[in-house]
Design a protein. Structure first.
Length: 497
């Protein structure tokens, strides 16, 4: 396999090595999981390891024909060079668990299918989505050899799919979305008018890294003689109300400037963007489906959403909680009980902390909510086949094989080692990661965020602005409804033919 270089490739490689160095050993097969995204384990691996459907460790195998041979064909993969964590390639084994697992996955795909990867980098994060789109449009128009697979930030691929640059993956049965490496919570929602233009799951390490959680300073909780919030999780009693209540009375004007500032002590410190975790964690969606078409969710304009916003306004408007872009330092320095963020900050931003770290799922809206739900941060990768792929059947087979091999090789390294073993300081914390992963949810308003943003405001942008507004939710959202509904219809039309 080979990787092409950008002018700053060395800097990206260094960052990837640092991220990869945060991993360590494989997971434990035989542990059931309730969702298809997390369902890597068999119920009774001891009884099933002899069956051809499973490997020696009890992991499900794919249905790809063992006789497939693409004759050492080159597979050109356009990927986003500005991704946040290592995902696509490895220069070779170096002892870092995730890096080595990615190397093993790619080698297995190449050997099984007789292909050779050619990874082609280009910027493709959210801020570069338009440039990524333009690059793909130019590639298609030029008549030059296209890419076999494209993969980038969820918003960038969403924009490409909307603009007709990706193929309907339903044409290629080799991509078997019933398999556990494709989370049904995404694939079922992503089918629009019977068409599926992008996939993700175990194939994307960044999907796991981007799960939202609530970290807490267990040492502070003990010093303040607070109920350990982790004890509320198993019985379903970890709610927004409980988080707000535990935050109350902690504030101290530590820098004596007479106002809320980054030098003070809080019950919670996060940023407005991450409040999306409460939105989707409260079992509220922005986009639903009716008869295979997308519709604006009634929940988005309903009373529950208004109640959620009122609670969050009061919470972050008080001295108990802070919305601030510099929130990570506040938590790392032991000056906040809670921080709401993506799981990967345990790897990237909490070095140097001097307290015991605890982890929680995003709280439920109330105790009546059936389960904990986990928003996945926008910077995860979607995978598609471009319209000018030379051999789309080969592309589809490679995508399925990458996902299948990732499920058995890469996910255990990222999830069980990096998250559950290395960054869970007590045994019960590791179980929380299972709860978090089992509750992962996706909303197409986030994937098509660039489409909404180009015509008005995306649903999560409206929600975020409401947190600091004094206008009632029903009045605020009413002014946006016409444009929102028109944008949804535009997305339906884009996938109609």
């Amino acid at each position: 396999m080979k990787k092409r270089s950008l002018p700053r490739a060395a800097a990206f490689a260094a960052a990837l090595i640092i991220a990869a160095g945060a991993a360590a050993a494989c997971g434990t097969p035989g542990q059931p999981d309730s969702t298809s995204a997390a369902g890597r384990y068999t119920e009774d691996p001891a009884a099933q390891t002899t069956a051809p459907l499973y490997d020696k460790d009890g992991f499900l195998l794919d249905d790809i024909d063992s006789g497939i041979d693409f004759g050492d064909a080159e597979v050109r993969v356009l990927y986003w060079s500005d991704r946040e964590n290592q995902e696509y390639f490895s220069e070779g084994e170096n002892g870092s668990e995730v890096n080595d697992a990615i190397f093993s996955r790619n080698s297995a795909v190449e050997d099984r299918l007789r292909v050779k990867f050619d990874f082609v980098p280009t910027p493709g994060n959210s801020s570069k989505a338009t440039e990524f789109l333009t690059g793909m449009q130019n590639n298609v128009k030029s008549g030059d050899p296209g890419y076999d697979i494209i993969s980038a930030h969820s918003r960038s691929i969403g924009l490409c799919a909307y603009n007709g640059l990706t193929q309907d993956l339903m044409q290629y049965p080799v991509i078997n979305t019933s398999k556990p490496w494709w989370p049904s919570s995404l694939t079922e929602k992503a089918v629009i008018n019977g068409r599926l233009h992008f996939v993700s799951g175990d194939i994307s390490t960044n999907m796991l890294y981007m799960m939202y959680v609530v970290f807490y300073n267990r040492s502070m909780a003990e010093d303040l003689r607070l109920t350990d919030p982790l004890t509320l999780v198993p019985d379903g009693n970890w709610t927004l109300e409980k988080m707000i209540g535990l935050s109350a009375g902690i504030y101290q004007d530590a820098d004596n400037d007479g106002k809320k500032s980054t030098g003070d002590i809080y019950g919670q410190a996060t940023r407005t963007l991450h409040c999306d975790a409460y939105f989707f964690g409260s079992d509220i969606s922005a986009i639903d489906k009716e008869g295979g078409r997308l519709v604006l969710s009634e929940q988005f304009t309903g009373e529950k959403m208004g109640a959620l916003i009122d609670s969050l306004r009061d919470y972050f408007g008080s001295s108990d909680a802070l919305l601030q872009n510099d929130y990570k330092g506040i938590f790392r320095e032991g000056r906040s009980l809670f921080v709401t963020d993506r799981a990967d900050i345990a790897i990237s931003d909490l070095d140097g902390k001097t307290f015991e770290l605890g982890i929680l799922p995003v709280p439920k809206f109330d105790a009546n909510q059936e389960r904990y739900l986990t928003a996945v941060g926008n910077p995860f990768s979607l995978y598609s086949i471009p319209v000018n792929a030379a051999d789309p059947e080969m592309s589809a087979t490679v995508i399925e094989c990458m996902a299948s091999e990732s499920y058995r090789k890469v996910t255990p390294s990222v999830f069980d080692v990096t998250m559950k073993a290395r960054y869970a300081e007590r045994g019960e914390d590791a179980a929380v990661y299972d709860t978090v992963r089992a509750g992962a949810v996706y909303d197409l308003s986030r994937i098509f965020w660039k489409v909404f943003d180009s015509s008005g405001k995306a649903p999560d942008t409206i929600f975020q602005s409401a947190l600091t507004s004094t206008t009632g939710w029903s009045s605020l959202v009413k002014s946006e409804l016409k444009v929102l509904k028109k944008t949804v219809e535009g997305i339906n039309s884009a996938f109609a033919g």
